[in-house]
Structures are given as C-alpha cells and as structure tokens.
Design a protein around this ligand. Sequence first.
Ligand code: NAD
Ligand code: TYD
Length: 363
Amino acid sequence: MAKLLVTGGAGFIGANFVHYWRDRHPDDAITVLDALTYAGNRANLAGANSVDFVHGDIKDTALVESLLATRGIDTIVHFAAESHVDRSIHGPAAFIDTNILGTMSLLTAARATWLAGDGKPHRFHHVSTDEVYGSLGPNDPAFSETTPYAPNSPYSASKAASDHLVRAWHHTYGLEVTTSNCSNNYGPYQFPEKLIPLFLINALHGRNLPIYGDGMQIRDWLHVEDHCRGIEAVLLRGRVGETYCIGGGAELPNITVIDTLCAAVDAAFAADPALATRFPDAPAARGLATASLKTTVADRPGHDRRYAIDETKARAELGYAPARTFEQGFAATLGWYLANEAWWRGVLDGSYRDWVDMNYTAR
Ligand code: NAD
Ligand code: TYD
C-alpha cells in the first residue's frame, strides 16, 4: 500500500490522476495539496472517495514536511504549477515563484523528511512538459529524453528550471526521483483557457474562435487518461533518476484540431435537437456551421511552431502506449463538456472574464 501526496490535485491533470489512481489502487492513501489558484477547483475531486484534501501552498516547506512525516507519505506526484503559456507572457513572476521556488520547496521538504529518516524507498515524481525542448522544424525528429533543453516561453523556462532542480536533488542528495515530459493534454476538467475547452465553450456561445497566426502550429495531443496511465507506468516500473517522454501519437496542426471540433459540434447539434434549446446562441442551433466562428488573431509572441514526442523509451521500458486516437479522445471530451455544463459554468467567474478581456482584446 502506497501513501501518495498529489500536489496540484485540484487542477486539470492532477484531478484526473486522483480519479484514475483511486479507481485502480483502492487501498492506497491519497492526500491532495492544492493552493486553489484560479485553476484549482475542489469540484474536480467530487466523487473521488477517501481523498484527503489539504488547502495549502507547495512553497510552505514546513507544511509539506509535516504532511510527509505525520502521514507516512512515501510518494509525491508533483503536478502543482502555473501552466498556461499566454498567462506567463503577461505575468512571468508567478511562474518563477510557483514552478521554480515551489518545486525547490517540495524537494527541500522531501529531502529533509525522507533522507533523514529510516531510509525506506520513496519516490518524487515530477510532471513536466515537452515545451522544455523548444520548437521543432517540420522535418526535425520528435523530442526524446536526450533532446537538449531550449525553452522559449517564461512558462517553459520555469518548467525547465524545475526539471533541472529535480535532477540535481537526485544526483547531489540521492533523492529517488523520476520525471515525465508529456505533450498537450486534453479531456475532462480542463480549464477553458486552453485551446480545446476554450473553443468548445466559445462555439456553444456563438463567440469567435481566435486562431493565433496561421493556425499551422503543431501539437501532439494526449488524452489526459493516457497521460495518467503513463505516469502510473513510471511510478510502478520507471527507473529512479530517469526521465520518460509521454506523447499521444497525435501530431496535428491547430487548424485540423479546430476543424475537427467545429464538425463535431455541428454533428452533435444535428443528432440532438435539445442542444439548440440549451445553447441558442450557437451557430449550430440555427443550422449554421460552427466553422463560421473561426477568426484569425495576432500570433502569440515567440509561439513555438511544432512539438512532437518520440515515446520509444516509455514503450520499451514501461510498456506505455496511448490507448485512444485523437478522434476517440476528442469525441469523449466533447461528450463530457456537453454533459457537465454546470462544471464549466462554475469556473467561468469574474476573474476568468477579466483574463479573456486582457488576452484577446489586444489581439
Ligand atoms: P492546471 O493549471 O490545470 O492546475 C494546476 C494546479 O496547481 C491547480 O489546481 C492550482 O490550484 C495548483 N497550484 C498552483 N500553484 C500552487 C501552489 N503554489 N501550491 C499548491 N498548488 C498550486 O495545470 P494542469 O494542466 O493540470 O498541469 C499539471 C502539470 O502538468 C503542470 O506541472 C504542467 O506544467 C504539466 N503539464 C501540463 C500540460 C497540459 O497540457 N495541461 C502538458 C504538459 C505538462
Ligand atoms: P494551449 O492550449 O494554450 O497550449 P500550449 O500553448 O501549451 O501548446 O494552445 C495550444 C495551441 O493552440 C497553441 O499553438 C496556441 C493555440 N491557441 C490558439 O490558436 N488560440 C487560442 O485562443 C489558444 C488559447 C491557443
């Protein structure tokens, strides 16, 4: 039986991981530590039984030390972060604070508790991103664990720094760490600032779909449940001190993702007349194409052109492979957002609307 501390467990991927782990490892103890920033939401954990929620900051080293010691925690799965590139462009300081100083604080607490203790096995798993590797040209090989770091945004630079700290705490102090660098996630509970949920909710409200630049930027789309399986594989079978790249095997230009989304919304409205009553402002409610909402806006400064993941190592060592195609994962995600209108209405509060005004009005 493992005792997990999941940081950022009220955010998008962290909450999906908690649900995933609770279902598959019912005897394990789970403590979630989350500061409940704009991206954190306790409602994301509804239905996850026997999960102990602690409202607190990863930068509170004393709090983390006390949680590790008093609860006998042997595994940290570290998701807590500022995670949105556009926000990092408007305000990088929070990214340095949470992603770098916050990770250092967690490492400090883990070292103080685990390495000064009785020497029992432990694991610090750090969840990172493929964005630390920079941007690929059209014919470059996909990112792998040996690709040199070349972060381009304040977000990816802060994540790169945190990866290096985790590596250093292993090599210098002997902390038992693993790191995973994954591609763009999508699925339930994703905050509607990221491409897929933002565009889905805009489509339902008849609002523009703001495409940055030429829309030909490429991302490798990973369904969040596949990501959770990848992290599980690293926790159960990964080698201490190693890094694993986790991808979705779905390299797509943004415009293809957006066209898939528009066509799927049209098809959903055609199949279910009740949607037109629920979302009367959607073009699809009037038989018009959702694609009519597509609008080109100014590009993101420093926008990375292409990300792609070569997951050979995770496949060979851990038996990891994504279980679903983008089409399957996207259809399930659309279904989830249509079925969980109360959830996304609940997160569209005043501070979020201020963000939308700031980020999109100037473009
Ligand atoms: P998210 O923004 O949805 O959630 C982040 C969570 O961390 C929130 O619940 C927030 O309240 C919490 N948090 C923030 N600062 C905190 C602090 N100081 N102390 C405690 N909790 C704090 O993020 P996400 O999309 O779920 O991403 C999770 C992790 O995965 C991040 O480390 C991110 O860099 C990484 N990642 C995400 C993606 C993606 O596509 N979303 C891709 C690659 C890697
Ligand atoms: P995003 O979901 O913010 O993830 P990331 O920047 O980490 O890849 O964006 C995914 C892609 O979609 C990225 O190339 C930027 C683009 N994008 C838009 O074109 N318009 C938008 O409004 C947003 C949020 C993103």
